[in-house]
Design a protein around this ligand. Structure first.
Ligand code: KIV
Length: 272
């Protein structure tokens, strides 16, 4: 049974703001390739995030820092070819927008032009306000990302919960209000105390999508490979696993190897 309050043929940035207004939670997942995006979109997801987590999940890097703009465009264009309904949001990778708003605009334009994506996401608040404004003036929708911002991992030193102290919580609230004022259509809030996340969501009109930010926000996002249980090493408290695909796939691969070696596969019906 669908819990949607209104049926949308296509999700736009306006639909997401409307969903918040109507009290309908927004469901967002990552995808980096055509096949996964098709399954996720057909299931009825509202937003696919082509996250720079592709750097970890697809390429096996320890952080999100190494992924390039060309690689993000490749992933995003594969996702775009798969979808019928959802909004496709793409991360601007590390080094393509910080400290230079002209470069930020060029990076965002490349994503929109070369992949066909619908919006971009940038990590940070006040320190990247100029880049956000410049991208917005070109008519490109922007989603912010506050709290734990993985592109700054070497500044934080760890992936622990952010904004537990008053000063950081105050700055976070200020940044969220600023992002709304600049014209962002939403904010991802990562790994912050649930009470603070709820307060922020209630203080602005644009949707706040949480990951490790509790249930008081306007929607949730997870990395698809994590929620499917394909990854085993990553076990944060906020992660709910809906399948144990690692075990399922491992069993299937083992069975295939066994069948090939024992000449059980292919059988009479599986050959010409
Ligand atoms: O890159 C990503 O997958 C993200 C989510 C964790 C929000 O930014």
């Amino acid at each position: 049974m669908s819990t949607a309050k209104k049926e949308y043929k296509r999700i736009t940035t306006k639909s997401l703001v409307e969903m918040k207004r109507n009290g309908e939670k927004i469901a967002m997942l990552t995808a980096y390739d055509y096949t996964m995006a098709k399954i996720v979109d057909h299931a009825g997801i509202d937003v696919i995030l082509v996250g720079d987590s592709a750097s970890n999940v697809m390429a096996g890097h320890e952080t999100t820092l190494p992924i390039t703009l060309d690689q993000m465009i490749y992933h995003a264009s594969s996702v775009i070819r798969a979808i019928d309904r959802c909004l496709v949001l793409v991360d601007l990778p590390f080094g393509t927008y910080q400290g230079n708003s002209r470069k930020a605009l060029e990076s965002a334009i490349r994503i929109m032009k070369e992949s066909g994506a619908h919006a971009v996401k940038l990590e940070g608040g006040e320190e990247i306000a100029e880049s956000i404004s410049r991208i917005l003036t070109a008519g490109i929708p922007v989603m912010g990302h506050l709290g734990l911002t993985p592109q700054s991992i070497y500044k934080f030193g760890t992936y622990t919960v952010r904004a537990k102290k008053e000063a950081e919580a105050k700055q976070l609230k200020k940044d969220a209000i600023l992002l709304e004022k600049l014209g962002c259509f939403g904010i991802v809030l990562e790994k912050v105390p649930a009470k603070l996340a709820k307060e922020i969501a209630e203080s602005i009109r644009i949707p706040v999508i949480g990951i490790g930010a509790g249930s008081g926000v306007d929607g949730q996002v997870l990395v698809t490979h994590d929620m499917l249980g394909m990854t085993h090493e990553f076990n944060p408290r906020f992660l709910r696993r809906y399948l144990d695909l690692y075990t399922e796939m491992n069993g299937a691969f083992k069975q295939y190897i066994e069948d090939v070696k024992s000449v059980d596969f292919p059988n009479e019906k599986e050959q010409y």
